[in-house]
Design a protein. Structure first.
Length: 644
């Protein structure tokens, strides 16, 4: 049986670098300051509720955005809502004015991720209704004498008024321009509106992004342009009509009868088209991406979703621009991920889903061994030179020419080998062709926490460029406690061997034009700052000439002509992307790959608690029950978890 695994690390929360005024609602995997002050870093019940609303204001340059979360009636026992009816509105259908509501749900702000493309956004509470009536519950034709909310929602012509509560966002700017807003929109034919508060009428919005179920040929979510989103929407509106029209008359159906039926269906479709234009893409699938719309100086625009809650990831405001100007500025981030899982092809060979190749004695391993951290990984051989490695697709380093940012990250283990066997072993190498030692272009990331780069300029990342004034070496066999150059200046210091315990560890290298940071297990261990111009300090070539690095390897002493063996490491969960990851994002990725990594690194063995007195009760390591506010390593439902 084929095993399919997906590991996705696309991060879309960062806005365009050239935007004038930018606000990110999610920062390093946490709610931005304005939201966190009301509901905590990860979200929760709002602590600023007044008159049934929680109001949060965000500013960036000339733009101000106000988020409004609202209350909705709570359910009593049995599911009925505690609503008291008032004057009759519709006697036949038992609809009344709402006299009072006895209980309201809490207003919550939360942090949520779309998941399959790592799309983070803020969630809020409350459907944005313009009026709430009371309707009597019924069962089997009998009226029950209990009442639930009967909501009246916004009409795009503005005739019913604006939402009085629920979740909506108000946008204003002190200058004319255009907003680009990151959103998540729910499925179920919910309509999404941008409304001019003065006219109360819905205005044209341009949507570009992702629609659930619309994928590229390789199965990845496809980033859709405005035209492509509109095309999906067209199919949603006209698909039934066009399909039946193309099929022609059915068996036994005359052409005249067919034409009459099609004319009727066309009229029905046209009658609903105006309203359906506010459904982004296919109404039965959710959407995540960007809404772009024009604004006049000083006027207020509301963004909300019909009968649901819209997710909000942040915004850009561009003074003097139009929505049409901005829609070309959204590009799909490049993300390459693999977990090295394999399947058997038609010839009986084990091959990977993403096309990686095991060269020499390297091999892809799939195991169901109890206690294994990763069920699939690449195991390299470390007994020869320039012989064994994992060869990656040749374009993985060819996508940073516009962003000038690059992140390379993976899990690595030295299990089964001693430090002496991998003292100078590279973790990751890239160059123009096979066995091209000591020539440009090349990139090498060393296991001891160093790097070398020679793409349109050499950069050796020396101690002089290190933020600490010296390089720290993370291999106990590589250097003495201190290593001095002829001038007597301290250039290296030993930081111990991070791989010596033979556990899995997380390596991350983050490049920009003028800096390289190397993280080990989510912590910065070496950081170099370079000017990006002077010979010997050039990183920029990695971006401008990255497409020349076609022979890209995990393991394998390919970039040098020295007599050191290939690296004998295990590799799992590789991630390469054309953006820079922050420390918060790196740790979030570690948790996504390996939820128990913090406990794993501490080496603490949790006790087993049987016969818990209540579902979800939690215990500390002494077996004592503790409250939900307890932080640290605990037992919950018989499992070890870390509560932050």
């Amino acid at each position: 049986m084929k095993k399919i695994f997906t590991l996705v690390g696309v991060t879309l929360c960062a806005m365009s670098a050239n935007a004038q005024d930018v606000y990110n609602a999610i920062v390093d995997g946490k709610l931005a300051t304005e939201f966190a002050a009301v509901a905590g870093e990860k979200g929760g019940v709002a602590n600023n509720v007044a008159d049934g609303k929680s109001i949060i204001t965000m500013t960036a340059g000339k733009a101000t955005v106000t988020a409004v979360g609202g209350t909705t009636p709570a359910n009593a026992d049995g599911g009925a809502q505690q609503i008291t009816p008032g004057e009759v509105i519709d006697a036949e259908n038992h609809i009344y004015e709402t006299a009072s509501v006895e209980a309201w749900n809490d207003i919550n702000w939360g942090l949520k991720n779309q998941g399959d493309i790592d799309f983070w956004y803020v969630t809020g509470t409350g459907n944005p209704y313009v009026k709430m009536n009371a309707v009597e519950n019924s069962k089997d034709g009998e009226w029950l004498g209990t009442y639930k909310a009967d909501y009246v929602y916004y009409n795009p012509d503005g005739s019913l008024g604006m939402p009085i509560t629920g979740l909506y966002y108000k946008f204003t700017a002190s200058a004319a321009g255009a907003f680009k807003v990151k959103v998540w929109a729910n499925k179920g034919n919910r309509k999404t509106f941008v409304v001019n508060a003065k006219t109360q009428k819905a205005e044209r919005l341009l949507a570009s992004g992702y629609i659930n179920g619309v994928n590229d040929a390789d199965g990845k979510k496809k980033l859709l342009t405005v035209e492509q989103v509109d095309s999906v929407h067209h199919v949603y509106i006209w698909g039934d009509y066009e399909k039946k029209l193309a099929a022609g008359p059915g068996e036994g159906q005359t052409q005249e009868d067919f034409d009459a039926k099609m004319a009727e269906l066309k009229a029905e479709t046209e009658a609903t088209e105006a309203d359906r234009q506010f459904v982004i893409g296919n109404g039965n699938q959710n959407f995540w991406g960007w809404l772009t719309f024009d604004v006049e100086a000083g006027e207020e625009y509301w963004v909300f979703q019909h009968s649901s809650q819209i997710g909000f990831g942040g915004f850009e405001f561009h003074e003097g621009k139009t929505a049409e100007d901005l829609i070309g500025g959204i590009e799909a981030p490049y993300v390459y991920t693999t977990n090295f899982s394999t399947y058997e092809d038609e010839d009986g060979n084990r091959v990977t889903w993403k096309g990686e190749k095991a060269v020499g004695n390297g091999q892809f391993v799939s195991t169901e061994e109890e206690g294994a951290v990763f069920g699939d990984y690449f195991q390299n051989d470390g007994t020869a030179q320039r012989t064994s490695y994992c060869l990656l697709p040749e374009d993985v380093l060819a996508h940073s020419d516009k962003t000038h940012e690059l992140t390379i990250a993976f899990w690595v283990s030295a299990e089964g080998f001693t430090p002496a066997q991998y003292t100078y072993a590279p973790l990751f190498t890239a160059y123009a062709q096979q066995n091209n030692p000591n020539k440009d272009p090349m990139l090498a990331l060393q296991s001891r926490g160093f790097a070398q780069l020679n793409c349109a300029g050499w950069c050796d990342f020396t101690g002089a460029n290190n933020a600490n004034g010296k390089n720290t070496v993370y291999n106990s066999n590589a250097w003495e406690a201190t290593d001095k150059n002829p001038a007597g200046e301290l250039t290296h210091i030993n930081g111990g061997n991070w791989l010596e315990d033979q556990k899995w560890h997380y390596y991350t290298a983050v490049f920009t034009d003028d800096a390289l940071k190397i993280y080990l297990d989510g912590e910065v261990k070496n950081e170099w700052n370079v000017d990006g111009v002077t010979d010997g300090q050039v990183i920029t070539g990695l971006f401008t000439n990255g497409a020349d690095l076609k022979y890209v390897c995990l393991g394998g002493n390919q970039a040098w002509g020295w007599n050191d063996n290939d690296s004998p490491f295990r590799y799992a969960r590789l991630l390469i992307k054309n953006s820079k990851m922050t420390q918060g994002e790196i740790k979030a990725q570690m948790t996504a790959d390996f939820p128990g990594w913090e406990e794993y690194f501490t080496g603490v063995e949790a006790i087993t608690v049987k016969a818990q007195p209540a579902v979800n009760a939690i215990y500390n390591m002494a077996g004592q029950q503790v409250g939900e506010g307890f932080k640290g390593l605990v037992i919950k439902n018989g499992k070890k978890v870390v509560i932050k």
